[in-house]
Design a protein around this ligand. Structure first.
Ligand SMILES: NC(=O)c1ccc[n+]([C@@H]2O[C@H](COP(=O)([O-])OP(=O)(O)OC[C@H]3O[C@@H](n4cnc5c(N)ncnc54)[C@H](O)[C@@H]3O)[C@@H](O)[C@H]2O)c1
Length: 267
């Protein structure tokens, strides 16, 4: 049986991925900083719960070491845990956070949205190469291709996640490592101000509803189906494909359009 680790598996998209993988017969390790939530999900799906902070490399290494020793080889590592704090009143150059304040949101965003994915890759890729295969899935965001209005730290770190994941795919594809990056738009989770696991797909904040909000369960299905189809770039919201083409085709026009969108949100 395949073994998959899902970080941030206690809530939202991660939890939905855990549920889908378990339905597919995968043995799932639900890893989350919220140990209680990880345990709840693991009990539901007959998985394994692990509490950790993915922004700490020692804890990520210990997680992988422990699972490989006690359970078996990790076939799939999904780096899903992520954070977004929003810009403070000063906009993109704000030192403070916005709707979800934290003292040092730039460092936290780098650690959790980017370095955690680097730590996971460092922990599992050498073992996967030695075994001749494995699969890394990094959850970034459409903000990593387009930008999240109102959160410069989120936008910058999600771009970094996309860039890092491209490097993994280019470097290790020949060694049998499959790699995907996932770039969703709005998903009904706490991250966009929705109630956890409510099933609602309206509400939230920050203009997220503009193209529609998808349920985490639907997003998990799209991710796994596209992963099984072998795609590197997994777009859960089809319109993003068109947006990135328009952006690449005329960057100046795209910036103008985003400024207009930002003005409309401020009204
Ligand atoms: N919800 C959206 O609209 C949306 C859109 C695009 C991308 N994403 C990305 O999807 C991923 C999942 O987010 P979500 O929407 O499910 O949000 P969520 O807040 O519901 O879930 C995030 C999970 O990560 C866990 N987590 C946070 N910090 C952690 C840490 N340091 N160590 C371990 N676990 C930690 C949380 O406890 C939580 O279970 C994130 O990377 C997010 O950036 C979300």
């Amino acid at each position: 049986m395949n073994i998959a680790i899902v970080t941030g598996g206690g809530h939202g998209i991660g939890r939905a991925l855990c549920r889908r993988l378990a339905r597919d017969g995968v043995r799932v390790v639900v890893a989350d900083i919220d140990g209680g939530a990880a345990q709840t999900v693991a009990s539901e799906i007959d998985g394994i719960a692990r509490q950790l902070d993915v922004g700490d490399e020692t804890q990520v290494l210990a997680l992988v070491d422990g699972i490989e020793r006690e359970v078996g080889p990790v076939d799939v590592f999904i780096s899903n845990a992520g954070v977004g704090y929003g810009d403070g009143d000063g906009g993109a150059i704000s030192a403070e956070g916005g709707m979800n304040p934290i003292e040092d949101r730039w460092t936290a965003s780098w650690n959790i949205n980017v370095m955690a994915q680097v730590y996971a890759a460092r922990a599992v890729i050498p073992r996967m190469l030695a075994r001749g295969g494995g699969y890394i899935v990094n959850i970034a965001s459409a903000a990593g291709l387009l930008s999240q209005i109102g959160d410069a730290a989120y936008s910058a770190t999600k771009h970094a996640s996309v860039g890092f994941t491209e490097s993994l795919a280019i470097n290790y594809g020949d060694g049998g490592i499959r790699v995907s990056v996932v770039c969703p738009q709005a998903v009904a989770t706490r991250m966009i101000g929705m109630e956890d696991d409510s099933g609602a797909t309206t509400g939230g904040f920050g203009g997220n509803e503009i193209d529609g909000i998808l349920a985490a369960e639907d997003v998990a299905d799209i991710i796994i189906d596209q992963a099984l189809a072998g795609h590197f770039m997994i777009l859960t919201h089809e319109q993003v494909r068109d947006y990135i083409q328009r952006k690449a085709g005329d960057y100046d026009r795209w910036i103008g359009g985003m400024r207009k969108f930002r003005r409309s949100l401020a009204r």
